[in-house]
Design a protein around this ligand. Structure first.
Ligand code: MLT
Ligand code: ZN
Length: 465
């Protein structure tokens, strides 16, 4: 069959006009937010049903064509990039909420449901979908499941994995599997659902997901606290965790704050300038909780861990304080940063950050480093901004050296090279820093079970052999 005939066959499997090959679509659907890899898919296909997804996978197996799943394309690891002539399977046309069960507090979603759509749906029911991050306005549930997305509320609610009650997946063989039947308790052997969560589309495609909802939080209140140094942040976390149930504990550096304030659309939290800032959030459900928070703040000031602070008094103030943290990623994207999303256990964070900071400062004294992250769960984001005069390729080549040093430290601290963004292409060569050779061999064997022809998102998680 000619290439042309193969593509014509694909067109018969979906609705008219749902195979795109125009240059603008290939460019738009072939990449994610990493922007490191020039997109080069051969076509984009937009199925609208599970049957159509199965037909596409069967077609890809017949012709040995690689498929790349595509959601909101907000990923930061290149997992949804099609750089080698793959066919992109985009889930934009499977974007409906199919069912809601108020008793079980579950929502059945197609994979293309936008995260915010689910959050708003939950709110309309008086409930809450707690997985949240800056890209929730465009990321899709299927993609969140594919990367086991984390975000800003993990300290209280955990990762996406915790909210998936059941899954329907089309495996690389084209089989439809229904996993876990939405049950809370199910002790019938291997939980295959968990294998597909965080698999980055390398085993199969999520075609339906039953997501759990939670009771809505009461009177969320945020505090931003300025600290004299990084080491003071940890005792502050400890002090607040001893007194309150935190829903978030984030941090950012003065350099990050400076970039945010330079935008001109976010108010400064307070007048004093501090080297580091912690943003914490809790439910001020009673007067006593708010008083406890203030008493803890005063204790932290007395100990010298906090120099200044502010507590939100309204929804608007809460939102404005969150902007200081949530706008960081998008704001610094202007400087094409080298990014990563490393993690260690929380108690090791101060020593870990100090070691990495020292290595970066020693080798790159002239680069601007912006630290921020979800420090309450041990996940730090190291961002190195590209100097204006350096071209992108030279900058990223020098950052490949940073990767090695940073990941050696991660390995030494028994941490993870990817806490929440996934391995994709950016970290596939470094997987061995977080996973043993035996583990990687098991992972590859599992892939071979579900995807014997290697058509599902090849070259992601594992380097091509
Ligand atoms: C964040 O925490 O803001 C996101 O993970 C994105 C990023 O790391 O820039
Ligand atoms: Zn993050």
């Amino acid at each position: 069959m000619t290439d042309h005939a193969v593509m014509d066959e694909l067109k018969t499997l979906v609705d008219p006009g749902k195979v795109l090959t125009d240059p603008a679509s290939l460019e738009a659907y072939g990449k994610d937010w990493t922007k490191h890899y020039p997109p080069a898919p051969s076509a984009i296909v937009l199925p609208k049903s599970i049957e159509q997804v199965q037909a596409i996978v069967a077609w890809a197996n017949r012709h040995r064509i690689a498929l790349v799943p595509s959601g909101g394309r907000t990923g930061l690891s290149g997992a949804a990039v099609a750089a080698h002539g793959e066919v992109v399977v985009a889930f934009d046309a499977m974007n409906r909420i199919l069912d809601f069960n108020p008793f079980d507090r579950t929502v059945v979603c197609q994979p293309g449901v936008i995260t915010r759509q689910l959050q708003q749906f939950a709110e309309e029911q008086g409930l809450y979908y707690p997985v949240d991050f800056a890209s929730s306005g465009s990321s899709q549930i299927g993609g969140n499941i594919g990367t086991n997305a984390g975000g800003i509320k993990v300290i209280r609610y955990g990762m996406t994995r915790n909210w998936v009650a059941g899954l329907k997946v089309v495996t690389g063989k084209g089989e439809l599997l229904e996993l876990n039947r939405d049950l809370i308790k199910n002790a019938t052997g291997y939980d295959l659902r968990q294998l597909f969560i965080g698999a980055e589309g390398t085993l199969g495609f999520v075609v339906e997901a039953t997501m759990r909802l939670e009771r809505a939080p009461r009177n969320l209140t945020a505090m931003v606290l300025g600290t004299p140094d990084f080491d003071s942040i940890m005792p502050v976390l400890h002090a607040f965790q001893n007194k309150l149930d935190l829903t978030a504990f984030e941090f950012f550096s003065d350099k990050g704050l400076a970039r945010i304030l330079a935008r001109g659309d976010v108010p400064a939290p307070f007048d004093s300038a501090c080297p580091f800032y912690a943003l914490l959030e809790f439910e001020a459900s009673t007067e006593q909780v708010a008083e406890q928070a203030l008493a803890t703040f005063e204790h932290c000031v007395e100990q010298g861990w906090v120099l200044d602070g502010v507590m939100s008094q309204s929804e608007t103030q809460l939102r404005n304080l969150w902007k200081l943290r949530e706008y960081l990623s998008e704001t610094i994207s202007h400087w094409t940063p080298y990014k990563n999303d490393i993690s260690v256990t929380v108690s090791k964070v101060p020593a870990f950050l100090r070691d990495i900071d020292a290595v970066v400062a020693e080798h790159y004294p002239h680069y601007e480093v912006v630290w921020y992250g979800h420090i309450g769960d041990g996940n730090l984001h190291l961002n190195i901004l590209k100097p204006e005069h350096l071209d992108k390729d030279t900058f990223f080549a020098s950052c490949a050296r940073v990767n090695k040093w940073v990941f050696e430290i991660v390995e030494r601290y028994n941490g993870s090279i990817s806490a929440e963004h996934g391995v994709g292409m950016t970290k596939r060569d470094y997987l061995g820093y977080s996973r043993s050779a035996q583990e990687i061999a098991c992972m590859k064997a599992i892939k071979a079970v579900f995807d014997p022809n290697g058509i599902m998102n090849p070259g992601k998680i594992f380097a091509p052999e």
